[in-house]
Design a binder for this molecule. Structure first.
Ligand code: Y12
Ligand code: CO
Length: 174
C-alpha cells in the first residue's frame, strides 16, 4: 500500500475525521502501512488523515532513551476520547504535514484517553510527557486542527511567510 503525505496548506487536512466502525482487514492494512511510512519519514506520530484517510485512527512511536523506536512501543489509537486533562507544558512541535517547521506549543501535561485498538477492544491510557503531547497533537488532526493554528497572530503571519518561501525553494530544487 503506497502512502503519500498530505502537506499544509492542503484542504484535506481540515476535514473532520470519521469514527472507525469496522475493525477489519482494510483498517489493518492501513495501520500496517502507516508505521513503516512514519519511520521512513522520521516521524513519531501520524494520523490517518495525514495520508488521506479521514478516519479517527492515529499511530505513535515515541523514541526510547537510545533514540530507538521499537515495535513494542508502537501505539495504535482508534476513536480516542479525552476523559481527563490537567497541568500545562510547552514543547517544540513538528508535523510531517508541515515540513521544516518547529514551534513551541502549549498543551496539557497529563491526559487520560479512552480508545480502541485495531480489533475494537476498549482501552484506557493515563500518560504525561512527550507521549501526552504527541497524542494531543494527533487528536487535533482528527478535528482538522494543526499545531500552527495554536500560534499567536504575529507568529502565524511569520510562519506563513517563511513557509511560502520554503515551498518555493523546495519546488525549484526538485
Ligand atoms: C512533539 C513532537 C511531535 C509531535 C507529533 C508528531 N510529529 C512528527 O512526527 C514530526 C515529524 C517530522 C519529521 C521530519 O523529518 C522528515 O520529514 C524527514 C521533519 O523534517 C522536515 O520536514 C525536514 C519534520 C517533522 C507532537 C509533539
Ligand atoms: Co501533525
Amino acid at each position: 500500500m503506497k502512502l503519500n503525505i498530505v502537506e499544509y496548506p492542503d484542504k484535506r487536512l481540515r476535514k473532520k475525521s470519521k469514527e472507525v466502525k469496522e475493525f477489519d482487514a482494510s483498517l489493518h492494512r492501513l495501520l500496517d502501512a502507516m508505521h513503516p511510512f512514519m519511520l521512513e519519514t522520521n516521524g513519531i506520530g501520524l494520523a490517518a488523515i495525514q495520508v488521506d484517510y479521514p478516519i479517527r485512527a492515529l499511530i505513535l512511536n515515541i523514541p526510547d532513551e537510545d533514540g530507538e523506536q521499537p515495535l513494542e512501543n508502537l501505539l495504535e489509537i482508534i476513536n480516542p476520547v479525552m476523559t481527563y486533562k490537567s497541568g500545562e507544558t510547552t514543547y517544540q512541535e513538528g508535523c510531517l504535514s508541515v515540513p521544516q517547521f518547529y514551534e513551541d506549543v502549549k498543551r496539557f501535561d497529563t491526559i487520560v484517553i479512552n480508545y480502541q485498538d485495531r480489533y475494537g477492544n476498549t482501552k484506557t491510557l493515563d500518560t504525561d510527557g512527550l507521549l501526552a503531547i504527541a497524542i494531543q497533537h494527533e487528536m487535533d488532526h482528527l478535528e482538522g486542527i494543526l499545531f500552527i493554528d495554536k500560534l499567536s497572530y504575529a507568529r502565524r503571519k511569520k510562519f506563513e511567510k517563511e513557509y511560502k518561501r520554503m515551498q518555493k525553494e523546495r519546488k525549484h530544487s526538485k
